[in-house]
Design a protein around this ligand. Structure first.
Ligand SMILES: Cc1ncc(COP(=O)(O)O)c(C=O)c1O
Length: 376
C-alpha cells in the first residue's frame, strides 16, 4: 500500500524492529485475479443458502448484544466443537478439552506463546506448513528444520535423533502434511511423542487442518493419557469457512487452561462465535462437499499420473505434482492459461488444490498442454 512521499521513503528496516524480523517478508500466497484459483487449499464451494440465512439470523441476534464483550470462554462454541469431534471420531471429548481461536494459525501462535518463546525452540519436519516456522519466529521461539525422506515421508530415525540432540520444547507434526499431501502414520506420531518425552519432555502439536479429507482416521484418540499431545484443527478447509477464521485444538484440559495465560481477553468476537455456531448446525451438509472434493482429489491424482506427472499420494484437498526442471517457469506457464497453482519453492514440484470439477478440468487441460510443450 502506498503512503505520502515522505512515508514511502521509509522502509521496515529504517524502523527499530526486532533483529530477527529484519530483511524478512510477510507470509502470503499471491492473490491474483485469474479465472481459476487453486493455490490456497480453500474449499471451492460457497456456503449453501440456508446456512447463509442461518448465519444472518444468528449474527442479527448477536448484534443486539454487541455493546457487551463476548463470552470470553466461548463455552457454547467449544461445546459444539467438542460434539463435532466426538461424533466424527468416536472419541469422546468435552468443552474442557477444546479451545478455539481466530484460525488455527492463532491456535498455533497461542501454543508457541505458551510453550515456546525466547530461549526455547520448536521443530518441524520440512517441507511442511511454513507458518509453523514463521509463527515460531514471531513469538521469539528458535526454529529447527527437521528432515524428511526424498519421498516426503518423515525419516523417523533422523527425526528421533534431531529431537534427542536439540531437545525442542515444541514438536510439530502436520498430518496430512501441507504442501506434500501425505498423511503421517499413527505409529510415527507415537514414536515422535516418545522421543519428545524422553528428550525434554516437550509438547507435540499434531496439525490436522486437512484431516477430514484423509483416507485414514483422525489422531485425536491419541490424546488419551498423553497430556503433552495437542491436536489442532480448523473450519477453514472441510467446513468451507476460510473467511470465518475459526481454528481449534483438542487436548488435556490442563493444556486448555495453559493457553488461557496468553490469549487476549475476548479474542473471539461475538460475530465469529455466532457464525461458527451456525456453520456447526450445518455440519452434515458441509461435509457432503468434502466427499465430492475427495473424489475430485483422487481424479486429479490419477489424471496427473496418466499425463506423465509424478504425484505424491494425497490425503488432503490438494496434490503435489512434478517433476519440473524449473518449477517456477512451469507455474508461470500454467498461470498463462488462466490457472493459479502454488509454487512453494520445493525444487521440481508444484501444488494444486482440488477445485470444482470445471476448475479441475481447466487445470488438467493446462498441465496436459504443458506436458506436450515439454516433450516436443
Ligand atoms: C497445515 C495447516 N495448518 C494450519 C493452517 C491455517 O489454517 P487457518 O485458516 O485455520 O488459520 C493451514 C492453512 O493453510 C495449514 O495448511
Amino acid at each position: 500500500m502506498e503512503g505520502t512521499d515522505e512515508q514511502v521513503n521509509l522502509g521496515i528496516d529504517d524502523l527499530p524492529v526486532r533483529d530477527e524480523l529484519r530483511g524478512k517478508s510477510p507470509y502470503g500466497a499471491p492473490q491474483l485475479d485469474v479465472p481459476v484459483r487453486l493455490n490456497t487449499n480453500e474449499n471451492p464451494y460457497p456456503l449453501p443458502e440456508p446456512l447463509v440465512e442461518r448465519i444472518a439470523e444468528r449474527v442479527r441476534e448477536a448484534a443486539r448484544d454487541l455493546n457487551r464483550y463476548p463470552d470470553r470462554d466461548a463455552v457454547e462454541l467449544r461445546t459444539q466443537l467438542a460434539r463435532y469431534l466426538t461424533d466424527s471420531t468416536g472419541y469422546e471429548v468435552g468443552p474442557a478439552n477444546v479451545w478455539a481461536a481466530n484460525g488455527s494459525n492463532e491456535v498455533i501462535q497461542q501454543l508457541l506463546q505458551t510453550f515456546g518463546g525466547p530461549g526455547r525452540t520448536a521443530i518441524g519436519f520440512e517441507p511442511s506448513y511454513s507458518m509453523h516456522g514463521l509463527i515460531a519466529r514471531g513469538t521469539g521461539t528458535g526454529w529447527i528444520s527437521g528432515p524428511r525422506n526424498a519421498d516426503f515421508t518423515i525419516d523417523l530415525a533422523a527425526a528421533e535423533r534431531a529431537i534427542a540432540e536439540n531437545k525442542p520444547d515444541v514438536v510439530f507434526v502436520t498430518t496430512p502434511n501441507n504442501p506434500t499431501g501425505n498423511a503421517v502414520p499413527p505409529e510415527t506420531v507415537l514414536a515422535l511423542y516418545e522421543a519428545a518425552q524422553a528428550a525434554k519432555p516437550s509438547m507435540v502439536v499434531v496439525d490436522e487442518a486437512y484431516v477430514e479429507f484423509s483416507h485414514g482416521d483422525s489422531l485425536l484418540p491419541l490424546i488419551e493419557g498423553r497430556p503433552h499431545l495437542v491436536v489442532s484443527r480448523t473450519m477453514s478447509k472441510a467446513f468451507g469457512a476460510a473467511g470465518l477464521r475459526l481454528g481449534y485444538l483438542a487436548a488435556h484440559p490442563a493444556v486448555v487452561d495453559a493457553v488461557q495465560l496468553v490469549r487476549l481477553p475476548y479474542h473471539l468476537s461475538a460475530v465469529t462465535q455466532a457464525t461458527a455456531l451456525a456453520a456447526l448446525e450445518h455440519t452434515d451438509t458441509l461435509l457432503k462437499y468434502v466427499e465430492q472434493l475427495k473424489a475430485e482429489r483422487d481424479r486429479l491424482v490419477s489424471e496427473l499420473r496418466a499425463t506423465g506427472y509424478e504425484v505424491v499420494e494425497s490425503d488432503a484437498n490438494f496434490v503435489q505434482f512434478g517433476l519440473f526442471e524449473d518449477s517456477h517457469t512451469a507455474w508461470q506457464k500454467i498461470l498463462d492459461q488462466g490457472v493459479l497453482v502454488r509454487d512453494n519453492g520445493i525444487p521440481g514440484w508444484l501444488r494444486v488444490s482440488a477445485g470444482t470439477p470445471e476448475e479441475n478440468d481447466a487445470f488438467l487441460d493446462a498441465v496436459r498442454e504443458l506436458k506436450k510443450e515439454q516433450s516436443t
